[in-house]
Design a protein around this ligand. Structure first.
Ligand code: FAD
Length: 381
Protein backbone atom coordinates (compact mmCIF):
# COMPACT_ATOMS: atom_id res chain seq x y z
CA UNK A 1 0.00 0.00 0.00
CA UNK A 2 1.25 3.50 -0.79
CA UNK A 3 0.72 5.93 2.07
CA UNK A 4 2.08 9.46 2.05
CA UNK A 5 0.81 10.43 5.50
CA UNK A 6 3.24 11.02 8.36
CA UNK A 7 2.92 9.59 11.85
CA UNK A 8 2.63 11.99 14.80
CA UNK A 9 6.27 11.34 15.64
CA UNK A 10 7.40 12.07 12.06
CA UNK A 11 5.33 15.26 11.96
CA UNK A 12 6.85 16.39 15.24
CA UNK A 13 10.37 15.63 14.02
CA UNK A 14 9.78 17.61 10.83
CA UNK A 15 8.35 20.54 12.76
CA UNK A 16 11.30 20.53 15.15
CA UNK A 17 13.75 20.52 12.23
CA UNK A 18 11.81 23.33 10.55
CA UNK A 19 11.79 25.43 13.71
CA UNK A 20 15.54 24.90 14.10
CA UNK A 21 16.21 25.83 10.47
CA UNK A 22 14.02 28.95 10.77
CA UNK A 23 15.53 30.19 14.01
CA UNK A 24 19.18 29.06 13.85
CA UNK A 25 20.07 28.53 10.20
CA UNK A 26 18.20 31.02 8.00
CA UNK A 27 19.05 34.14 10.04
CA UNK A 28 22.78 33.30 10.02
CA UNK A 29 23.27 31.70 6.62
CA UNK A 30 24.18 34.87 4.68
CA UNK A 31 26.85 35.79 7.22
CA UNK A 32 28.35 32.29 7.30
CA UNK A 33 28.49 32.36 3.52
CA UNK A 34 29.98 35.85 3.32
CA UNK A 35 32.63 35.10 5.95
CA UNK A 36 33.19 31.48 4.87
CA UNK A 37 32.78 30.64 8.54
CA UNK A 38 32.08 27.10 9.68
CA UNK A 39 28.76 26.93 11.60
CA UNK A 40 30.17 24.88 14.49
CA UNK A 41 27.81 26.28 17.12
CA UNK A 42 24.68 25.71 15.04
CA UNK A 43 25.83 22.16 14.27
CA UNK A 44 26.23 21.61 18.01
CA UNK A 45 22.69 22.87 18.61
CA UNK A 46 21.28 20.67 15.84
CA UNK A 47 23.09 17.74 17.39
CA UNK A 48 21.70 18.53 20.85
CA UNK A 49 18.20 18.52 19.40
CA UNK A 50 18.94 15.06 18.02
CA UNK A 51 18.55 16.18 14.40
CA UNK A 52 21.86 14.82 13.12
CA UNK A 53 21.99 11.34 14.61
CA UNK A 54 18.54 9.87 14.06
CA UNK A 55 20.08 7.10 11.95
CA UNK A 56 22.66 6.03 14.56
CA UNK A 57 21.37 2.86 16.25
CA UNK A 58 20.14 3.33 19.82
CA UNK A 59 22.74 0.97 21.29
CA UNK A 60 25.43 3.45 20.22
CA UNK A 61 23.63 6.50 21.56
CA UNK A 62 21.59 7.52 18.51
CA UNK A 63 17.85 7.41 17.90
CA UNK A 64 17.66 4.25 15.79
CA UNK A 65 15.26 5.75 13.28
CA UNK A 66 15.10 5.14 9.56
CA UNK A 67 16.24 6.89 6.40
CA UNK A 68 12.69 8.19 5.99
CA UNK A 69 12.85 10.17 9.23
CA UNK A 70 16.32 11.32 8.23
CA UNK A 71 15.12 12.75 4.89
CA UNK A 72 12.24 14.59 6.59
CA UNK A 73 14.81 16.39 8.73
CA UNK A 74 17.25 16.91 5.85
CA UNK A 75 14.63 18.67 3.72
CA UNK A 76 14.07 21.23 6.46
CA UNK A 77 17.80 21.72 6.97
CA UNK A 78 18.29 22.22 3.21
CA UNK A 79 15.42 24.71 3.31
CA UNK A 80 17.41 26.57 5.98
CA UNK A 81 20.58 26.76 3.90
CA UNK A 82 22.30 24.39 1.44
CA UNK A 83 25.75 25.10 2.89
CA UNK A 84 24.67 24.31 6.42
CA UNK A 85 23.07 21.12 5.10
CA UNK A 86 26.40 19.91 3.71
CA UNK A 87 28.44 21.11 6.68
CA UNK A 88 26.18 19.27 9.10
CA UNK A 89 25.76 16.22 6.87
CA UNK A 90 29.34 15.05 6.31
CA UNK A 91 29.47 13.17 9.60
CA UNK A 92 26.69 10.79 8.69
CA UNK A 93 28.27 10.14 5.28
CA UNK A 94 31.41 8.99 7.08
CA UNK A 95 29.34 7.00 9.57
CA UNK A 96 27.28 4.97 7.10
CA UNK A 97 30.15 2.58 6.20
CA UNK A 98 30.60 1.93 9.93
CA UNK A 99 26.86 1.40 10.42
CA UNK A 100 26.59 -1.01 7.50
CA UNK A 101 29.96 -2.78 7.67
CA UNK A 102 31.75 -1.98 10.94
CA UNK A 103 32.60 -4.51 13.64
CA UNK A 104 30.81 -4.28 16.98
CA UNK A 105 33.93 -2.75 18.53
CA UNK A 106 34.19 -0.11 15.75
CA UNK A 107 30.53 0.82 16.17
CA UNK A 108 30.96 1.13 19.93
CA UNK A 109 34.04 3.30 19.59
CA UNK A 110 33.16 5.53 16.62
CA UNK A 111 29.36 5.71 16.33
CA UNK A 112 29.16 6.62 20.01
CA UNK A 113 31.57 9.48 19.33
CA UNK A 114 29.22 10.69 16.60
CA UNK A 115 26.28 10.33 18.97
CA UNK A 116 28.24 12.55 21.36
CA UNK A 117 28.57 15.28 18.75
CA UNK A 118 31.91 14.73 17.02
CA UNK A 119 32.40 15.54 13.34
CA UNK A 120 33.70 12.94 10.88
CA UNK A 121 34.64 13.09 7.19
CA UNK A 122 34.36 10.71 4.26
CA UNK A 123 37.66 10.52 2.34
CA UNK A 124 37.31 8.85 -1.03
CA UNK A 125 38.06 11.45 -3.73
CA UNK A 126 41.66 12.20 -4.69
CA UNK A 127 43.28 14.89 -6.84
CA UNK A 128 43.35 12.46 -9.76
CA UNK A 129 40.26 10.36 -9.04
CA UNK A 130 36.72 11.60 -8.44
CA UNK A 131 34.01 9.92 -10.51
CA UNK A 132 36.43 7.14 -11.36
CA UNK A 133 36.85 5.85 -7.80
CA UNK A 134 38.87 2.84 -8.94
CA UNK A 135 41.66 5.22 -9.99
CA UNK A 136 42.48 6.17 -6.42
CA UNK A 137 46.08 5.58 -5.45
CA UNK A 138 45.93 5.75 -1.65
CA UNK A 139 47.16 2.43 -0.34
CA UNK A 140 47.45 0.59 2.96
CA UNK A 141 50.18 -1.92 3.75
CA UNK A 142 49.98 -4.29 6.70
CA UNK A 143 52.86 -3.95 9.16
CA UNK A 144 52.49 -6.05 12.32
CA UNK A 145 49.33 -5.01 14.16
CA UNK A 146 49.02 -1.86 12.07
CA UNK A 147 48.39 -0.71 8.54
CA UNK A 148 50.54 2.06 7.09
CA UNK A 149 48.53 4.46 4.91
CA UNK A 150 49.94 6.71 2.19
CA UNK A 151 48.01 8.91 -0.21
CA UNK A 152 46.21 12.21 -0.75
CA UNK A 153 42.49 12.86 -0.55
CA UNK A 154 40.85 15.92 -2.08
CA UNK A 155 37.61 17.91 -1.56
CA UNK A 156 36.95 16.43 1.85
CA UNK A 157 33.94 18.01 3.54
CA UNK A 158 34.40 18.82 7.21
CA UNK A 159 38.07 17.78 7.20
CA UNK A 160 39.27 20.79 9.19
CA UNK A 161 36.90 19.94 12.06
CA UNK A 162 36.83 16.17 11.92
CA UNK A 163 37.59 13.86 14.80
CA UNK A 164 37.98 10.84 12.54
CA UNK A 165 38.02 9.97 8.85
CA UNK A 166 36.57 7.14 6.80
CA UNK A 167 39.33 6.47 4.27
CA UNK A 168 39.16 4.27 1.18
CA UNK A 169 42.52 2.74 0.23
CA UNK A 170 43.90 -0.14 -1.82
CA UNK A 171 45.04 -3.14 0.19
CA UNK A 172 45.45 -5.16 -3.02
CA UNK A 173 46.25 -2.70 -5.81
CA UNK A 174 46.17 -5.43 -8.45
CA UNK A 175 42.59 -6.49 -7.74
CA UNK A 176 40.75 -3.36 -8.97
CA UNK A 177 37.70 -2.47 -6.92
CA UNK A 178 37.91 -5.85 -5.19
CA UNK A 179 41.22 -4.78 -3.67
CA UNK A 180 39.93 -1.77 -1.72
CA UNK A 181 39.46 -1.51 2.02
CA UNK A 182 37.87 1.06 4.29
CA UNK A 183 39.66 2.37 7.38
CA UNK A 184 38.68 4.55 10.31
CA UNK A 185 41.54 6.93 10.99
CA UNK A 186 41.72 9.26 13.99
CA UNK A 187 42.25 12.79 12.74
CA UNK A 188 45.07 13.43 15.23
CA UNK A 189 47.16 10.48 13.95
CA UNK A 190 50.77 11.45 13.22
CA UNK A 191 51.42 11.86 9.50
CA UNK A 192 48.11 13.54 8.59
CA UNK A 193 48.22 17.04 7.14
CA UNK A 194 45.34 19.20 5.99
CA UNK A 195 45.27 21.59 3.05
CA UNK A 196 43.82 25.10 3.13
CA UNK A 197 40.04 25.60 3.15
CA UNK A 198 38.93 25.65 -0.50
CA UNK A 199 37.52 28.91 -1.86
CA UNK A 200 34.31 27.41 -3.27
CA UNK A 201 31.64 29.02 -5.45
CA UNK A 202 28.83 28.20 -3.03
CA UNK A 203 28.09 26.48 0.25
CA UNK A 204 30.96 28.59 1.53
CA UNK A 205 30.38 27.84 5.19
CA UNK A 206 31.13 24.19 4.56
CA UNK A 207 34.77 23.27 5.17
CA UNK A 208 36.37 21.54 2.17
CA UNK A 209 40.06 20.54 2.20
CA UNK A 210 42.64 18.10 0.99
CA UNK A 211 43.90 15.54 3.50
CA UNK A 212 47.35 13.97 3.07
CA UNK A 213 48.33 10.68 4.67
CA UNK A 214 52.05 10.25 4.99
CA UNK A 215 53.06 6.93 6.60
CA UNK A 216 50.04 7.11 8.89
CA UNK A 217 49.86 4.07 11.17
CA UNK A 218 46.37 2.74 11.81
CA UNK A 219 45.66 -0.18 14.17
CA UNK A 220 44.39 -3.23 12.25
CA UNK A 221 41.33 -3.02 14.54
CA UNK A 222 40.31 0.01 12.48
CA UNK A 223 40.04 -1.93 9.21
CA UNK A 224 36.29 -1.67 8.65
CA UNK A 225 34.58 -5.01 9.16
CA UNK A 226 37.91 -6.60 10.14
CA UNK A 227 38.46 -8.07 6.67
CA UNK A 228 40.45 -6.67 3.78
CA UNK A 229 38.99 -5.85 0.36
CA UNK A 230 35.40 -5.04 1.37
CA UNK A 231 35.96 -1.31 1.01
CA UNK A 232 34.30 -0.74 -2.35
CA UNK A 233 31.03 -2.34 -1.28
CA UNK A 234 31.15 -0.41 1.95
CA UNK A 235 31.75 2.94 0.26
CA UNK A 236 28.99 2.30 -2.31
CA UNK A 237 26.46 1.15 0.31
CA UNK A 238 27.16 4.40 2.13
CA UNK A 239 26.06 6.26 -1.02
CA UNK A 240 22.80 4.30 -1.12
CA UNK A 241 22.06 5.71 2.33
CA UNK A 242 23.48 9.19 1.83
CA UNK A 243 22.01 9.98 -1.60
CA UNK A 244 18.42 10.18 -0.28
CA UNK A 245 19.63 12.69 2.34
CA UNK A 246 21.46 14.77 -0.28
CA UNK A 247 18.32 14.66 -2.43
CA UNK A 248 16.31 15.90 0.54
CA UNK A 249 18.76 18.77 1.04
CA UNK A 250 18.23 19.71 -2.63
CA UNK A 251 14.44 19.49 -2.27
CA UNK A 252 14.59 21.76 0.78
CA UNK A 253 16.84 24.27 -0.96
CA UNK A 254 14.54 24.37 -4.01
CA UNK A 255 11.45 24.63 -1.82
CA UNK A 256 12.99 27.61 -0.05
CA UNK A 257 13.71 29.29 -3.39
CA UNK A 258 10.16 28.57 -4.56
CA UNK A 259 8.60 30.02 -1.41
CA UNK A 260 10.80 33.11 -1.58
CA UNK A 261 9.87 33.56 -5.26
CA UNK A 262 6.16 33.28 -4.49
CA UNK A 263 6.40 35.95 -1.81
CA UNK A 264 8.52 38.30 -3.94
CA UNK A 265 6.29 37.86 -6.98
CA UNK A 266 3.30 39.00 -4.94
CA UNK A 267 5.14 42.04 -3.59
CA UNK A 268 6.90 43.28 -6.73
CA UNK A 269 4.73 45.10 -9.25
CA UNK A 270 5.40 45.94 -12.89
CA UNK A 271 3.01 47.34 -15.46
CA UNK A 272 0.44 48.02 -12.74
CA UNK A 273 0.17 44.56 -11.14
CA UNK A 274 2.16 42.13 -9.03
CA UNK A 275 4.54 40.17 -11.26
CA UNK A 276 2.78 37.00 -10.06
CA UNK A 277 -0.19 38.17 -12.14
CA UNK A 278 1.95 37.95 -15.27
CA UNK A 279 1.36 34.41 -16.41
CA UNK A 280 4.98 33.94 -17.47
CA UNK A 281 6.02 34.43 -13.86
CA UNK A 282 3.26 32.41 -12.18
CA UNK A 283 3.89 29.53 -14.59
CA UNK A 284 7.57 29.59 -13.66
CA UNK A 285 6.61 29.31 -9.98
CA UNK A 286 4.01 26.64 -10.71
CA UNK A 287 6.71 24.58 -12.47
CA UNK A 288 9.01 25.05 -9.47
CA UNK A 289 6.31 23.67 -7.18
CA UNK A 290 5.69 20.61 -9.38
CA UNK A 291 9.41 19.85 -9.58
CA UNK A 292 9.82 20.11 -5.81
CA UNK A 293 6.90 17.74 -5.24
CA UNK A 294 8.23 15.22 -7.77
CA UNK A 295 11.74 15.26 -6.31
CA UNK A 296 10.37 14.80 -2.82
CA UNK A 297 8.44 11.72 -3.89
CA UNK A 298 11.55 10.18 -5.47
CA UNK A 299 13.47 10.99 -2.29
CA UNK A 300 10.85 9.42 -0.06
CA UNK A 301 10.77 6.34 -2.29
CA UNK A 302 14.56 5.91 -2.06
CA UNK A 303 14.48 6.34 1.72
CA UNK A 304 11.53 3.97 2.20
CA UNK A 305 13.25 1.31 0.15
CA UNK A 306 16.41 1.68 2.25
CA UNK A 307 14.29 1.23 5.36
CA UNK A 308 12.71 -1.91 3.94
CA UNK A 309 16.20 -3.46 3.85
CA UNK A 310 16.09 -3.91 0.08
CA UNK A 311 18.88 -2.66 -2.16
CA UNK A 312 17.92 0.90 -3.20
CA UNK A 313 20.78 1.79 -5.55
CA UNK A 314 18.46 2.57 -8.47
CA UNK A 315 15.97 4.58 -6.42
CA UNK A 316 18.77 6.52 -4.71
CA UNK A 317 20.31 7.37 -8.10
CA UNK A 318 16.93 8.48 -9.52
CA UNK A 319 16.36 10.71 -6.49
CA UNK A 320 19.87 12.20 -6.42
CA UNK A 321 19.98 12.90 -10.17
CA UNK A 322 16.52 14.40 -10.36
CA UNK A 323 16.65 16.39 -7.13
CA UNK A 324 20.11 17.84 -7.85
CA UNK A 325 19.21 18.93 -11.40
CA UNK A 326 15.80 20.12 -10.25
CA UNK A 327 17.29 22.31 -7.50
CA UNK A 328 19.68 23.89 -10.01
CA UNK A 329 16.76 24.69 -12.34
CA UNK A 330 14.46 25.95 -9.61
CA UNK A 331 17.05 28.17 -7.92
CA UNK A 332 18.11 29.60 -11.30
CA UNK A 333 14.47 30.40 -12.08
CA UNK A 334 14.13 31.95 -8.63
CA UNK A 335 16.95 34.36 -9.46
CA UNK A 336 15.01 35.18 -12.65
CA UNK A 337 11.84 35.94 -10.69
CA UNK A 338 13.79 38.35 -8.51
CA UNK A 339 15.28 40.08 -11.56
CA UNK A 340 18.25 42.33 -10.73
CA UNK A 341 17.68 41.83 -7.00
CA UNK A 342 18.10 38.09 -7.51
CA UNK A 343 21.55 38.68 -8.91
CA UNK A 344 22.71 40.38 -5.72
CA UNK A 345 23.38 38.83 -2.34
CA UNK A 346 20.67 41.01 -0.81
CA UNK A 347 18.18 38.15 -1.17
CA UNK A 348 18.88 34.48 -0.39
CA UNK A 349 18.13 33.16 -3.88
CA UNK A 350 21.64 33.90 -5.20
CA UNK A 351 23.17 31.90 -2.33
CA UNK A 352 20.67 29.11 -2.96
CA UNK A 353 21.62 29.00 -6.66
CA UNK A 354 25.36 28.90 -5.94
CA UNK A 355 24.70 26.27 -3.27
CA UNK A 356 22.60 24.12 -5.60
CA UNK A 357 25.40 23.67 -8.14
CA UNK A 358 27.68 21.39 -6.17
CA UNK A 359 24.89 18.89 -5.57
CA UNK A 360 25.10 18.06 -9.29
CA UNK A 361 28.80 17.32 -8.75
CA UNK A 362 29.42 15.61 -5.40
CA UNK A 363 28.31 12.19 -4.13
CA UNK A 364 28.33 11.03 -7.75
CA UNK A 365 27.69 13.71 -10.39
CA UNK A 366 24.45 13.85 -12.36
CA UNK A 367 26.26 12.10 -15.21
CA UNK A 368 27.40 9.31 -12.90
CA UNK A 369 23.86 8.90 -11.54
CA UNK A 370 22.64 8.42 -15.12
CA UNK A 371 25.39 5.85 -15.61
CA UNK A 372 24.17 4.00 -12.51
CA UNK A 373 20.54 4.23 -13.62
CA UNK A 374 21.45 2.89 -17.06
CA UNK A 375 23.40 -0.02 -15.60
CA UNK A 376 20.71 -0.86 -13.05
CA UNK A 377 18.06 -0.86 -15.79
CA UNK A 378 20.11 -3.42 -17.69
CA UNK A 379 20.63 -5.44 -14.51
CA UNK A 380 24.31 -4.77 -15.12
CA UNK A 381 25.44 -3.67 -11.65
C1 FAD B 1 32.36 21.09 -2.31
C2 FAD B 1 32.73 19.65 -2.53
C3 FAD B 1 32.66 18.78 -1.46
C4 FAD B 1 33.06 17.44 -1.64
N1 FAD B 1 33.06 16.59 -0.55
C5 FAD B 1 33.60 15.34 -0.67
C6 FAD B 1 33.78 14.50 0.47
O1 FAD B 1 33.43 14.84 1.59
N2 FAD B 1 34.39 13.29 0.28
C7 FAD B 1 34.81 12.87 -0.94
O2 FAD B 1 35.34 11.77 -1.02
N3 FAD B 1 34.65 13.65 -2.05
C8 FAD B 1 34.06 14.87 -1.94
N4 FAD B 1 33.91 15.68 -3.05
C9 FAD B 1 34.40 15.22 -4.33
C10 FAD B 1 33.29 14.92 -5.31
O3 FAD B 1 32.62 13.74 -4.94
C11 FAD B 1 33.94 14.84 -6.70
O4 FAD B 1 34.29 16.18 -7.07
C12 FAD B 1 33.02 14.23 -7.74
O5 FAD B 1 32.90 12.85 -7.50
C13 FAD B 1 33.51 14.46 -9.19
O6 FAD B 1 34.86 14.09 -9.30
P1 FAD B 1 35.91 15.09 -10.00
O7 FAD B 1 35.76 16.40 -9.33
O8 FAD B 1 37.23 14.42 -9.96
O9 FAD B 1 35.41 15.24 -11.46
P2 FAD B 1 35.68 14.17 -12.68
O10 FAD B 1 35.47 12.81 -12.17
O11 FAD B 1 37.00 14.50 -13.27
O12 FAD B 1 34.53 14.58 -13.65
C14 FAD B 1 34.56 15.79 -14.43
C15 FAD B 1 33.28 15.83 -15.27
O13 FAD B 1 33.21 14.69 -16.13
C16 FAD B 1 32.02 13.96 -15.90
N5 FAD B 1 32.30 12.53 -16.04
C17 FAD B 1 33.31 11.84 -15.47
N6 FAD B 1 33.26 10.55 -15.81
C18 FAD B 1 32.18 10.41 -16.61
C19 FAD B 1 31.55 9.31 -17.26
N7 FAD B 1 32.04 8.07 -17.18
N8 FAD B 1 30.46 9.54 -18.01
C20 FAD B 1 29.93 10.80 -18.10
N9 FAD B 1 30.47 11.87 -17.49
C21 FAD B 1 31.56 11.68 -16.74
C22 FAD B 1 31.60 14.33 -14.47
O14 FAD B 1 30.20 14.15 -14.29
C23 FAD B 1 32.01 15.78 -14.40
O15 FAD B 1 31.01 16.57 -14.98
C24 FAD B 1 33.47 17.00 -2.90
C25 FAD B 1 33.50 17.90 -3.98
C26 FAD B 1 33.15 19.22 -3.80
C27 FAD B 1 33.23 20.16 -4.98
Amino acid sequence: MVDFSLSDEQTMLREMAHEFAASEVQPNAAKWDRDSSFPREAIRKAHELGLLTVKIPEEYGGYGMGSFEEVLICEEIGWGDPGFATASGSTMLASYPVITGGTEDQKQRYLSKVANGCIASYCVTEPGAGSDVQSISTHAVRDGDDYVINGSKMWITGAGHADWFFVLAYTDPNAGYKGMSGFIIDADSPGISLGKKEDNMGQRCSDTRSVDFNDVRVPADNLIGGEENNGWMNAMKAFDLSRPTISAHAVGNARGAMEESLQYANERSTFGKPIYRHQAVSFMIADMATKVEAARLLTWQAAKKADSGERNTLEAAHAKRFAADMAMEVTTDAVQVFGGYGYSEEYPVARRMRGAKVVQIFEGSSQIQRLIIGREMLGDS
